[in-house]
Design a protein around this ligand. Structure first.
Ligand SMILES: *Cc1c(COP(=O)(O)O)cnc(C)c1O
Length: 389
């Protein structure tokens, strides 16, 4: 037997130990966490919808109509009118024939990749893809090749060298730990040239990017022909929970019939689907939230540049501050927390060795004063360390 305690001690010594903090109350910028008042700069609630009164009402009314639990999987008795309406609305919003709800984004990625690929096939994934996309390829037992980050010509070379029967290129739309936007047009061109499918996981673009908030595809003006498999989540910018895949009739029917993480799990509560429906309406009714987020990103990046902070070149709500060592990232995160700023330290294996970072996330719910407070604290802990008492 492995010595679990010994393993944990070693993990702690390497600065890699993970701990949860306990939150009181809803997601919003000012929070009480482990008994301390802090400003939250690490949530994925990019539009500030998770605590929106209309979403709370949708949950309450959904529970009154459908009850608390869904009772069974979608293929048994759990597929409610609310789930079905949400799927139709997601299909219409993404401009695709069909959409299919999954209980979580993690499960959607496992389900899609393992339903579409098998032994003898090949998955081509960006080096910085989210863990769930890598796990999906492992579950499928297809051959997994990882290409250099955002490098369509490296991808092309790997596709050209592959003799696999079916090939699928898979990428984050917005990279979850870096905030960069994937170069969809050249990725789509490489996939087309080599007769491969392209799948985009738009967990961090959906709701935020594009004129209507339809995400990274809308940002680039690419559609279903270039990206036949679109996956996105409902628990980040939409402030709800769950995920979906959108695409052709035959794609969705294949998933319903073959995606094990779809088939063998209880449907999310119908009331939660009502929350997502309300959030989709808010993308349209409160389009100002995307504008507000953009101006917060602009304000933060200007301030960070003036302070000479080592920011990555990210145009999105995800603003990583590169640190390097895991222990140093953890120490900085802890020091900022003591000053009332909650920013998580992202360490390996979530990011490559030597690239631990503070992952700062901005939201439409932050005001300028809160961002100014963040900048001041970053200046204190990163630039004025020596002179601090
Ligand atoms: C968060 C995330 C997921 C998982 O979605 P959940 O609904 O939280 O399970 C998948 N892919 C990416 C890129 C993510 O950031």
């Amino acid at each position: 037997m492995k010595n679990l305690t010994q393993q944990l001690v070693e993990r702690e010594a390497a600065g890699l130990y993970r701990r949860r903090r306990i939150v009181e109350g809803p997601q919003q910028p000012p929070m009480v966490v482990d008994g301390r008042a802090v400003l939250n700069f690490c949530s994925n609630d990019y539009l500030g919808l998770a605590n929106h009164p209309k979403l709370i009402t949708a949950l309450q009314q959904g529970a009154e109509r459908y009850g608390a639990g869904s009772g069974a999987a979608h293929l048994v008795s759990g597929h409610s009118r609310a789930h079905h309406q949400l799927e139709e609305e997601l299909a219409a919003f993404t401009g695709r024939p069909r959409a299919l709800l999954f209980s979580t984004g993690y499960m959607a990625n496992l389900g899609v990749i393992s339903a579409l690929l098998g032994p003898g096939d090949a998955a081509f994934e960006d080096r910085l893809n989210h863990a769930s996309l890598l796990d999906g390829a492992l579950l499928s037992r297809a051959r997994l090749s990882r290409y250099a980050h955002a490098d369509a010509s490296a991808l092309s070379a790997q596709l050209a060298a592959s003799k696999a029967q079916h090939k699928m290129v898979i990428s984050d739309g917005v990279f979850s730990m870096d905030g960069e936007i994937a170069p969809l047009p050249p990725l789509a061109e490489a996939a087309r040239q080599h007769d491969a499918w392209l799948m985009i996981d738009d967990a961090h673009g959906f709701g935020v990017l594009g004129e209507r908030g339809a995400g990274t595809l809308e940002h680039f003006g690419v559609g279903e022909e270039q990206v036949p498999v679109l996956m996105a989540t409902l628990g980040k910018a939409l402030g709800s929970f769950g995920a979906f895949v959108a695409g052709s009739e035959s794609l969705i029917e294949t998933l319903i019939n073959h995606a094990r993480p779809y088939i063998y799990t209880t449907a999310m509560p119908a009331a939660q689907a009502e929350v997502s429906r309300a959030a989709l309406r808010l993308l349209h009714e409160e389009a100002w939230r995307r504008e507000q987020l953009r101006s917060s990103i602009h304000y933060f990046r200007n301030g960070a540049a003036q302070l000479g902070l080592p920011m990555q070149d990210s145009p999105t709500a995800i603003q990583p501050l590169m640190v390097g060592s895991a222990s140093e990232a953890l120490r900085l995160s802890e020091a900022l927390y003591q000053d009332g700023l909650w920013i998580s330290a992202i360490r390996p294996p979530t990011v490559p060795e030597g690239s631990a970072r503070l992952r700062i996330t901005l939201s439409a719910a932050h005001d300028q004063e809160q961002i100014a407070q963040l900048l001041e604290a970053l200046d204190k802990h990163l630039n004025r360390r020596q002179s601090a008492p």
